[in-house]
Design a protein around this ligand. Structure first.
Ligand SMILES: [Zn+2]
Length: 70
């Protein structure tokens, strides 16, 4: 899958696997524990740049922060 900044890997996290809250770069709000969401990171990275997104924000990322989501 291609992201605005290049190829990215994506993993969908079920609600049961979300034990922490994360800040979504799409809307700058927290993803509450227990919320199904999406994790994305650069395909050429080492995983340290993972970002947790609301599923809806991820789907709409091209309209939210073009090229700036990393
Ligand atoms: Zn969001």
């Amino acid at each position: 899958m291609d992201g605005p900044g290049g190829p990215v890997r994506v993993r969908r996290i079920p609600g049961a696997g979300a034990e922490k809250s994360y800040r979504c770069p799409g809307c700058d709000l927290e993803i509450q524990p227990g919320t199904p969401h999406v994790v994305a990171w650069a395909d050429d990275g080492d995983g340290d740049d993972r970002r947790h997104w609301h599923t809806g924000c991820w789907n709409a990322r091209d309209r939210r922060r073009p090229g700036r989501w990393r």
